[in-house]
Write a protein that binds this ligand. Structure first.
Ligand code: FES
Length: 132
């Protein structure tokens, strides 16, 4: 499918331009090989995401993710990994699905639960930090 056609379909479905842009450009999709923390979460829908964090002195310096999931979970993963860069761990842990939805400014109603995948993956990563 061409990028234009994909854009039109997602726009028609109710995705914001920011959400579509994140999804099509795969913003922050990837692996951090020497990550300081990782967290993985599988939602009840079966979609899965793993988040990689680079951390220094309690601050998130970089974040990437990989996953198997819908466009909304990927757009949410991109949004969250953008939001948490330069954020303290305790602040990042307080983020919730509404923060992602507000940042994206447009997901289809039926996709309201999807930001929970990256939020939970992030919380697992933060909880695991420093345990090894
Ligand atoms: Fe599973 Fe979107 S349908 S995260």
């Amino acid at each position: 499918m061409s990028e234009d056609k994909e854009y039109d379909l997602l726009k028609h479905a109710g995705y914001s331009e920011r959400a579509i842009d994140y999804y099509i450009k795969k913003v922050n999709v990837g692996i951090i090989e020497d990550a300081d923390a990782t967290g993985e979460y599988t939602g009840i829908c079966g979609d899965n995401m793993k988040i990689y964090l680079k951390i220094n002195d309690g601050v998130i310096l970089d974040a990437k993710f990989q996953g198997i999931g819908c466009a909304a979970s990927f757009a949410s993963g991109s949004a969250l990994t953008e939001m948490i860069k330069k954020m303290k761990l305790d602040e990042a842990k307080e983020l919730n699905m509404d923060n992602i939805k507000a940042y994206i400014a447009g997901l289809p109603e039926i996709k309201n639960h999807c930001p929970g995948i990256p939020i939970n993956a992030l919380r697992v990563a933060i909880d695991s930090y420093g345990r090894d």
